[in-house]
Design a protein around this ligand. Structure first.
Ligand SMILES: [Zn+2]
Length: 527
C-alpha cells in the first residue's frame, strides 16, 4: 500500500513543506529511506522502528520504501520521524488515512517531530519557519512536539497541536480508536493545546535588560555618538586604549534602541528557531546582541557549510553585532562584511545553489589605536613604532572603514575628577530621543518599510538624500570645504550627509544646519 503524508524542514532560515511517501510491498523485509543523507537515514530508521513497536503497534516485516520529496533538496534533521511513522502505520493498514474524525483529515495535516525510542516526541529545530510556510501552503493543522509549543504559539491561522508522544499524535489525527489501548490511564499525561491567538511567551535573544547607560560614568561624547548611531541606524567604530570602556559602552548600545516590533520579533525568532538556538523559548522580543571572537571563521561569522547555515551576522539581524579588537579579525573575514553592511543581507554561494540570509544589524566595532593600545594616551607611554601602528590599522581595509559612518575615540575617564553621585544620561532618556528621531524618519518615508528598522537615514539612497537632506548655505559651504581639505571619498561624503540628517532629526529640524554637518564631519575625521 502507498500513502503520502506531509512534514517539513528548514533551508537556511526558511521553512519548506516536504512530502513523505511511504510504500509497503510484499518481499524480503527491508526499510529504506530515499532523500536523506546516509547517516540521518540510518538513525531515523532505528528511531521510527523502535518508537512504533514501543507504542504498541506492529512494525511491518515487508519491503518499506520512504521517499522524501523534493528529491533534489539536501534534507537535514530529524523532524521527519513523526511523518515517517504515521506513513508506515497508514500504509500497513494500522491506521486509516481516509478516516473521518469530523475534524481536519490526516492528509491535510503536517507532521513534525523527532521520535525517541520509547515513542515520545522530541524538540526539533526550525518549527516556526516550517509552520509559517505550511500556513502559506494552506495547511489547516500541524502536529508538533510539545517542547516546540511555545515558539509555535506565534503562528496564527493554522491549528497547531502540541503532542508529547507518537500515540498522542496518532490519536489526535486518526482518532482515539486508532491507538492500541493499554488501559484507562493511557492518555492521562497527554497535553493537547491549540495555539492560535494565545499570548506568546516572551524571551530574550541576548540583550541583558539589567544593563543601563547610567552604568557608564562620564563619556558623554561617546554616548552622544552612540545616540546618533542608534537614531539613524549608522554603524560605529570606537577606538581607544584598553580599559577605556569600549566593551561596556557597546554592550549597552542595544538598550537605547527601540524595542522590536511584532514583525521584527517573528523574524528574529524564526532565525533562532532555524539554527536550534531557541531552546524551547517562545517569541523573542528583545534585540539580539552578538559578540563573536576575532578567531571566528568565515562560516561562523557570515554563515556557510555544505548545507548553508546562518552565521553571526544573521543571528545579529535586528540587533547589534559587536566586533571587539577589529584588526585581529582575519582580513578576508572582514571583507565578507561589506555585503551585509551595505545591503542588510548576506548571500552564501555554493556550487549548486545560493542562499540569502537576512543580516540587517548595527555594527559596533572596537579597536585599540595601536598594538599596545596606548598610542595618543597622555598618561601611558606607547611602545609601538610608526610602522607597527600603520600595519595594525592597515589590517582593516579602507573599503570596510568606509562603510562605518561614525568613528569615535574613547579615553579613560579620570573618575576622581567627577563629582560624587553624578549620573550620566540613562538608557531610557536616550531611547526616547531615538524613538522621536526615528518617528521623523518614518514620517518622511511615508510610513512604508517592513519593520521599524527599515528606511532609516543610514540607508538613504542618493535620490532620497537629494529630496530629504536639504542644507542651509553655511552647512553646504562647510561640507564643500571639508571635502576639499580632508579628501573624503564619495561614500564618506554620503555618510556625512546621512549622519547630518540624523543629527537634525534629533534636533527636530527639517533643514540641516552648519552645526549638524560639523558634528557629522567630526565623526569621520577623528579616530
Ligand atoms: Zn602602542
Amino acid at each position: 500500500m502507498h500513502n503520502t503524508v506531509f512534514s517539513g524542514t528548514v533551508v537556511g532560515v526558511e521553512g519548506l513543506v516536504v512530502e513523505v511517501e511511504v510504500d509497503i510491498a510484499r518481499g524480503i523485509p527491508c526499510f529504506s529511506i530515499v532523500g536523506l543523507p546516509n547517516t540521518a537515514v540510518r538513525e531515523s530508521r532505528e528511531r521510527v522502528t523502535a518508537a512504533v513497536k514501543n507504542s504498541g503497534w506492529d512494525f511491518p516485516l515487508d519491503r518499506i520504501t520512504v521517499n522524501l520529496a523534493p528529491a533534489d533538496l539536501r534534507k537535514e534533521g530529524s523532524a521527519f520521524d513523526l511523518a515517517i511513522a504515521a506513513g508506515v502505520l497508514a500504509s500497513s493498514g494500522q491506521v486509516n488515512i481516509d478516516v473521518d474524525t469530523g475534524n481536519i483529515p490526516p492528509s491535510r495535516t503536517l507532521f513534525l517531530g523527532e521520535l525517541a525510542l520509547d515513542g515520545s516526541l522530541r524538540r526539533i529545530r526550525g518549527a516556526l519557519p516550517v509552520l509559517l510556510h505550511a500556513r502559506e501552503r494552506g495547511f489547516p493543522r500541524a502536529i508538533i512536539p510539545m517542547e516546540n509549543f511555545d515558539e509555535a504559539r506565534i503562528v496564527e491561522g493554522i491549528e497547531v497541536v502540541g503532542c508529547a508522544t507518537l500515540r498522542d499524535a496518532v490519536s489526535v489525527v486518526f482518532g482515539r480508536e486508532s491507538v492500541v489501548d493499554e488501559g484507562d490511564d493511557a492518555f492521562e499525561d497527554t497535553t493537547r493545546v491549540k495555539a492560535a491567538d494565545e499570548v506568546a511567551i516572551v524571551s530574550s535573544a541576548g540583550t541583558d535588560e539589567t544593563l543601563d547607560m547610567t552604568d557608564v560614568i562620564g563619556q558623554e561624547a561617546v554616548k552622544r555618538a552612540l545616540l546618533v548611531a542608534a537614531a539613524g541606524g549608522h554603524h560605529v567604530l570606537i577606538a581607544g586604549p584598553p580599559g577605556a570602556g569600549k566593551t561596556m559602552l557597546a554592550r549597552r548600545f542595544a538598550t537605547i534602541l527601540p524595542p522590536l516590533d511584532r514583525a521584527g520579533s517573528v523574524e528574529t525568532t524564526m532565525i533562532y528557531s532555524s539554527v536550534g538556538l531557541l531552546g524551547g523559548r517562545g517569541i523573542i522580543t528583545t534585540r539580539p546582541f552578538r559578540a563573536p571572537h576575532h578567531s571566528a571563521s568565515d562560516a561562523g561569522l557570515i554563515g556557510g557549510g555544505a548545507n548553508p547555515r546562518p552565521g553571526e551576522v544573521t543571528l545579529a539581524h535586528n540587533g547589534v553585532l559587536f566586533l571587539d579588537e577589529l584588526p585581529e579579525f582575519r582580513r578576508h573575514v572582514l571583507e565578507t562584511l561589506r555585503e551585509p553592511l551595505e545591503d542588510g543581507r548576506i548571500t552564501i554561494a555554493r556550487a549548486r545553489t545560493s542562499l540569502t540570509f537576512p543580516a540587517r544589524f548595527q555594527l559596533i566595532a572596537a579597536m585599540n589605536p595601536c598594538p599596545c593600545g596606548y598610542h595618543g594616551s597622555p598618561v601611558h607611554p606607547c611602545r609601538c613604532g610608526p610602522i607597527q601602528i600603520e600595519n595594525y590599522v592597515g589590517k582593516i581595509s579602507g573599503p570596510l572603514l568606509d562603510r562605518i559612518a561614525i568613528h569615535v575615540a574613547v579615553h579613560p575617564v579620570d573618575t576622581d575628577a567627577l563629582g560624587e553621585g553624578r549620573q550620566g544620561t540613562s538608557s531610557e532618556e536616550l531611547r526616547e530621543r531615538v524613538r522621536l528621531a526615528r518617528g521623523r524618519q518614518r514620517a518622511r518615508a511615508n510610513g512604508t518599510g517592513e519593520s521599524n528598522d527599515a528606511g532609516l537615514n543610514a540607508t538613504l539612497t542618493e535620490g532620497q538624500m537629494r529630496r530629504h537632506c536639504r542644507m542651509d548655505d553655511k552647512a553646504e559651504a562647510l561640507l564643500l570645504r571639508a571635502q576639499k581639505q580632508l579628501r573624503f571619498s564619495a561614500r564618506a561624503r554620503a555618510h556625512i550627509v546621512r549622519v547630518s540628517r540624523t543629527i537634525a532629526d534629533l534636533a527636530g529640524t527639517d533643514t540641516i544646519d552648519v552645526e549638524h554637518v560639523g558634528e557629522a564631519i567630526q565623526y569621520r575625521s577623528r579616530t
